[in-house]
Design a binder for this molecule. Structure first.
Ligand code: XIL
Length: 312
């Protein structure tokens, strides 16, 4: 069978997967290297992973994934620099003045982006800045620095690697709704102010039967601002056990998501958040749900895989 990455490339798109560095051997490594042309570290580049104690760094898994990607002619999407979750406890538990917080953030960005300068295609600079109603999420960054932390983070990332595409990434922003409209207004304003922003990431952690009907329209409105759009963390979860009927519906929905990206030229590609059900965050995070990825736990392609093939 033709690898998915070749089908995607023929359409001018990328297809990516989140990966776990320690698993990049055997069948997992073969599939990750053969089928995909983007990789995102699922956890390895998060602040809590790279700086578990203040001033003590561990780049082992992040380096491993970047090396693997280069050996397989793949691009890496760096994930993620400024977030409210998976931060080191020394950062979460500290008390910081606004000046200290700003320095921590910009130093972190300079260090991590600088380490991989010229090697990463893109960075999710800011992750999940919004509440569901479109107001800003009250994170340590927002509470300490106000909404301008986003512009400050983007500016620091651009300075550290001028070639990397800079993204703001969020979930429940796939359809047209209050949250995606807040993201739209934010990136429109950032662009108007000359703040460096290249794209938006639509995570797309979807529930079977709930793919938004306005997905393509929403991608298009961001593209019309002159921004790239990437679907960055696609999975479509269901109540387990999976049945043939649910897997058939999942095939249709995977196909629809890929078709929406194919239809908009500024949609750069789709990344799945784990390509196999054996490496998916869903069962741990949403008890009773799973089967969310295109390959089953034994690396057999599911109907969803063939939905991707059909769309590409
Ligand atoms: C998830 C990882 O897949 C899990 O292994 C980890 O335990 C929690 O985080 N949105 C994001 C990703 O931006 O970083 C999250 O990844 C999933 C939700």
């Amino acid at each position: 069978d033709t690898p998915l990455r070749d089908l995607a490339a023929a359409k001018g798109k990328a297809i990516g997967t989140a990966v776990t560095g320690s698993k990049l051997t055997g069948t997992y490594g073969e599939l990750a290297g053969r089928e995909f042309n983007w990789l995102t570290p699922g956890n390895a580049m998060k602040w809590g992973s790279v700086e578990p104690s203040r001033g003590t760094f561990d780049w082992t898994e992040a380096d491993q994934i970047v090396d693997f990607a280069e050996a397989h002619d793949q691009d890496v999407r760096g994930h993620t620099l400024v977030w409210h979750s998976q931060n080191p406890s020394w950062l979460d538990n500290g008390t910081w003045t606004p000046a200290q917080l700003r320095r921590l953030m910009t130093d972190h960005i300079a260090l991590e982006v600088g380490r991989y300068k010229g090697r990463l295609a893109a960075w999710d600079v800011v992750n999940e800045p919004f509440n569901e109603d479109g107001t800003f999420r009250p994170t340590l960054w927002y509470n300490g620095l106000g909404a301008d932390y986003i512009a400050q983070a983007l500016t620091a990332a651009r300075a550290a690697d001028p070639a990397a595409k800079l993204y703001i990434n969020d979930y429940n922003v796939e359809g047209v709704n209050a949250k995606s409209t807040a993201l739209y207004n934010l990136v429109k304003d950032l662009k108007a102010r000359g703040v460096p922003i290249d794209g938006v990431g639509l995570q797309a952690h979807l529930i079977l039967g709930q793919v938004p009907s306005t997905f393509q329209q929403n991608i298009q409105r961001f593209a019309d601002l002159g921004l790239d759009v990437a679907v960055t963390e696609l999975d479509i979860r269901m109540q387990t056990p999976a049945t043939d009927a649910k897997l058939a519906q999942q095939r249709t929905e995977y196909e629809a998501v890929f078709k929406a990206c194919v239809a908009v030229s500024r949609c750069t590609g789709v990344t799945v958040w784990g390509f196999t059900d054996s490496d998916s965050w869903i069962p741990d995070t949403f008890p009773g749900e799973g089967a969310a990825t295109p390959y089953d736990a034994n690396y057999r392609p599911k109907p969803a895989y063939y939905g991707i093939v059909t769309a590409l």
